[in-house]
Design a protein around this ligand. Structure first.
Ligand code: HEC
Ligand code: HEC
Length: 387
C-alpha cells in the first residue's frame, strides 16, 4: 500500500497531475485492524465515580483538592506541593529524568492526567486507590516528609485550610490519621477531573468507524502507517491497550533497573508488598465501598519472582508532551523509545520475560511513522487547569 501511494505520487509528479492536500491518502486497514483501532476509544470515556472515595465527584471536595494540590504548606519545610513535580504546564509531569524532592528520587514523575482510569497507582503500582496513593508523597521523607500529626497541625493552624476542611468534611476530630486520609480523598477528587482532551487520533478513529474518508484524510499519512504498525507487527497494543493505551498491567520491556551501582529498583515486586502491607489499602477501614467489591484485585495479589523489574504499562495519551520516558527517564525522545523497541536486546529481558517482545528491526521510514503516530496522541494543553 505504501509503495502504491509513493508510486501514485511519482506518477503525479511525472504527469504534472495535481497533488497536495486534496490528494491526501488514506491507508487501507483490514477488518481486524479496524477492530483493534476501535478499541482505543471512544474518548473521553464516560464519568464513573470512585466507589472507594465517598467524596469522588463532589464539587466542594474537588475545589479543596485543587487548592491542596498546589499548596506547599502540605510539605514539612514548605518547599514542595504536589504541583512541584506534576506541573500543569508540563502536561502534569515535571520534565526531569528523575524527580527531585528533598533528595533525588529513583523514578520519573508520570503525568497525573487520566489517573482515574488506572487500577494501580505509581510505576510499581504501590497503591490500589488514587486517594491512598496521595499519602505516599505526603509522608515520604524524600518528598513532602509529613506525618499525620504534622498535617493535622497545618490544617488546624491555618484559618483558610480549616474553613475549607470543615466545609467538605465537617469539624476535624482528634484522629490525625483519618484527617490525613480525608486530605488524600479531596486531592484524589481533584485529580479525577484531569482528563486529556481529544486528539487527532480520536478524530481519525471515529472517522474510520463511520467510513468518513474525507475526515480520515486529515490525519497525517505517516501517523496512519504508524498506527498500522502499532496495532499490527509492532504488537504495541497488546500492552498499550484500550482508550488510555494501557492494559493497566506490569511488564519488563528491557529497560535497565539499576538506580545506582549495586542498587536496583525492584519495580512491581516492591509495589505489591507495599499495597499488601499498607493500612490504607482497599481491604482496610478507609475504603468507602461497603461492598468491598473494589478490593477484589487487591485480595488476589500474589507476589512472584517475575515481578522483579516489572513496571506499569504507561498510558500513551499526551506522550509527546511528557518526555523523558520510562520509569527513570532513561530515554529522552520518542525516537529513542522507538529505537529501543526496534533494537530490543532480548538478553536484557527476564528469562521468563515477555514473549510478546521481539526486536522489530524497523527501517528509518517505519520508525518515523511510529513516532508520527505517537505524536498524534497528544491533545492541545488543557484549559482551566490552574486554580
Ligand atoms: C518530589 C516530586 C513529587 C512530588 C512532590 C509529588 N509527586 Fe507524584 N510522583 C512523583 C514520582 C517520581 C512518581 C512516580 C513514583 C513511583 O512510581 O513510585 C509520582 C507518581 C504519582 C502518581 C501516579 C500516577 C500513575 O500513573 O500511576 C500520582 C497520582 C501522583 N504522583 C500524585 C501526586 C500527589 C497527589 C502529590 C501530592 C500529595 C504528589 N504526587 C507529589 C513525583 C512527585
Ligand atoms: C510487553 C508489554 C509492552 C509492549 C508489547 C510494548 N510496551 Fe511500551 N511500555 C511498556 C512498559 C512496561 C513501559 C514502561 C517501562 C518502564 O517504565 O521502564 C512502556 C513504555 C513505553 C513508552 C514510554 C511512555 C512513558 O510515558 O514513559 C512508549 C512511548 C511506549 N512504551 C511505546 C510502545 C510502542 C511504540 C510499542 C510497540 C513497538 C510498545 N510500547 C510495546 C510495555 C509494553
Amino acid at each position: 500500500m505504501r509503495r502504491a501511494v509513493a508510486l501514485a505520487g511519482l506518477v503525479a509528479a511525472l504527469t504534472g497531475a495535481p497533488s497536495g492536500p486534496a490528494a491526501a491518502a488514506v491507508v487501507a486497514f483490514s477488518a481486524e485492524e479496524k477492530h483493534a483501532i476501535a478499541r482505543h476509544g471512544p474518548w473521553p470515556p464516560p464519568w464513573k465515580r470512585d466507589a472507594g472515595n465517598r467524596h469522588s465527584g463532589r464539587a466542594a471536595a474537588i475545589a479543596f483538592g485543587r487548592t491542596l494540590f498546589f499548596d506547599a504548606r502540605l510539605s514539612r519545610d514548605g518547599t514542595h506541593a504536589c504541583a512541584s513535580c506534576h506541573r500543569p504546564e508540563l502536561a502534569w509531569a515535571d520534565g526531569q529524568a528523575r524527580s527531585t524532592g528533598r533528595a533525588l528520587l529513583d523514578r520519573n514523575a508520570p503525568s497525573i492526567a487520566n489517573s482515574r482510569f488506572e487500577r494501580w497507582f505509581g510505576r510499581d503500582g504501590g497503591a490500589d486507590s488514587l486517594w491512598s496513593h496521595a499519602l505516599r508523597p505526603l509522608t515520604d521523607a524524600r518528598e513532602m516528609a509529613m506525618t499525620p500529626a504534622l498535617l493535622a497541625g497545618r490544617v488546624r493552624e491555618h484559618a483558610d485550610l480549616l474553613r475549607a476542611y470543615r466545609r467538605v468534611f465537617g469539624a476535624p476530630g482528634d484522629d490525625d490519621e483519618a484527617l490525613m486520609v480525608n486530605l488524600g480523598k479531596a486531592i484524589a477528587a481533584f485529580q479525577e477531573t484531569i482528563v486529556t482532551a481529544r486528539t487527532p487520533f480520536d478524530a481519525f478513529r471515529d472517522a474510520l468507524l463511520r467510513g468518513d474518508r474525507a475526515a480520515m484524510a486529515r490525519y497525517p499519512e505517516a501517523a496512519q502507517r504508524g498506527l498500522k504498525l502499532f496495532v499490527g507487527r509492532g504488537n504495541c497494543s497488546v500492552c498499550h491497550f484500550g482508550p488510555t493505551f494501557s492494559n493497566g498491567e506490569f511488564a519488563d520491556v528491557g529497560i535497565p533497573y539499576f538506580v545506582a551501582p549495586g542498587r536496583v529498583d525492584p519495580g512491581r515486586h516492591a509495589g505489591i508488598r507495599h499495597v499488601v502491607d499498607s493500612p490504607f489499602n482497599l481491604l482496610g477501614k478507609y475504603n468507602d465501598d461497603r461492598t468491598r467489591a473494589n478490593a477484589t484485585p487487591t485480595r488476589h495479589l500474589l507476589l512472584e519472582h517475575r515481578h522483579w523489574g516489572e513496571f506499569k504499562v504507561p498510558g500513551l495519551r499526551n506522550v509527546g508532551r511528557t518526555a523523558p520516558y520510562m520509569h527513570a527517564g532513561s530515554l529522552t525522545t520518542l525516537e529513542q523509545v522507538v529505537r529501543h523497541y526496534s533494537e530490543l536486546n532480548e538478553d536484557r529481558l527476564h528469562a521468563d520475560g515477555e514473549r510478546i517482545l521481539r526486536p522489530l528491526r524497523l527501517d528509518t521510514g517505519e520508525a518515523a511513522d511510529l513516532v508520527a503516530f505517537l505524536e498524534s496522541l497528544s491533545a492541545p494543553p488543557a484549559r482551566g487547569a490552574r486554580p
